[in-house]
Design a protein around this ligand. Sequence first.
Ligand code: MN
Ligand code: MN
Length: 283
Amino acid sequence: MIFADSISDYTRSLYVIYGVLFDGTSSFRAGSRWAPEAIRKGSYNFEPYDYDYDCDLANVPVYDMGDAEFGNVNDMIAELQPTIFRVIKDGKVPIILGGEHSVTLPCIRALAQDTSVTAVIFDAHLDLKECYLGNMYGHASVSRNILGCSIPLIQIGVRSGTRAEYQYAREKSTFFTMDQIRRDGIGNVLNSVSRLIESNSVYLSIDMDVLDPAYAPGVGNPEPYGLTPFELRTAIRHLAPLASGFDVVEIAPDYDMGMSAIAGAKIVRDFVVAHSNVHILLT
Ligand code: MN
Ligand code: MN
């Protein structure tokens, strides 16, 4: 099954969807390797037409490149980076369906090969652990590894981390907690984010647990007091035009009969609509 309305071939496409079936370092609830299939299935729930943007997704050149499956995190990182680099080299925007959050690192590295990048990550968790359960490249360390590549990092929706992680974040990262978002409003936070971006390109990563578990219970590590879907859509509409790469990760569809995967499919569609509105329809 391909993602709904992904009617383009590779050559003519401007967006390339790619599933990464990997949840090998998941600590609490595994199962995100089943997410790409559930997200694709969920994508058929929606109309091709977006009223707010007057955009018909059936006219946007999206190609679904299928899935890659990996047995361990080192293979995943080594093999995913060149694949995504080729997609970017070919002038396309990669849209990664995770899989767990560790898949973000090789995708950002691929983008950083040829241009300056800022990583903008929506996540309940800081993911700044030096090592977790014996693994330095697990999903709980992805943000740490991004900073390790000297890529500037902006984290939004944070509400979970160890004391050491928060200390590390204060030194090396820029982060906006859920309490800040509640106090200042998502619009003001997004304006601050825009002012912080100095790089030529942005990689946007959505760890689905940034949403409140009331809206997205089917994730690896549910964390209460999260974003509403409306706030996340506002953020995607704001940041998508700046992005050269995008992922949705950490959905574990077995825990909620695929409801979070349906939300993930909608987020992918919202990203494509908001990005193409600037990069295709108005140019
Ligand atoms: Mn994460
Ligand atoms: Mn998380």
